[in-house]
Design a protein. Structure first.
Length: 130
């Protein structure tokens, strides 16, 4: 893999976070999308719900497996990527763009800064590959 976008933060659950003003956008990394294979179904929470760090907020179903979607930090889910209900493959084809999952208002904006940067995530992936 040729590196990860440097304008994002990353979690140990292979999710990315893009901070923009009050809301942050969350998706899964290209690494996670490749590991899952063709995603055929996405289950997302309702907008407006409050979740705590690491809470399960949804599920991705793919040809090879199903994977939970976890909350990267405590906050309110403000928006869902409605396009995924008709085109879940956007996660595979454009994981850092049109394949985003949810937009969240973090309870503490400093939580975003506590996530891994691109170099740390790349090292994490390299250390944990089989």
């Amino acid at each position: 893999m040729a590196g990860y976008p440097t304008d994002l933060r990353y979690t140990d659950k292979h999710q990315w976070v893009r901070a923009r003003e009050k809301l942050v956008t969350v998706g899964i990394t290209e690494f996670a999308a490749d590991r899952l294979g063709a995603i055929g179904f996405v289950e997302l929470p309702y907008a407006g719900e409050l979740f705590r760090t690491d809470a399960r907020i949804g599920r991705l179903s793919a040809e090879s497996a199903a994977a939970p979607i976890h909350m990267p930090f405590t906050g309110h889910v403000n928006a869902l990527n409605e396009a995924l209900s008709e085109s879940p493959g956007l996660i595979n084809s454009d994981p850092y763009g049109e394949g985003w999952l949810v937009r969240i208002e973090p309870g503490d904006p400093a939580d975003v800064d506590g996530l891994m940067d691109a170099a740390a995530y790349e090292a994490f992936v390299s250390a944990n590959e089989e």
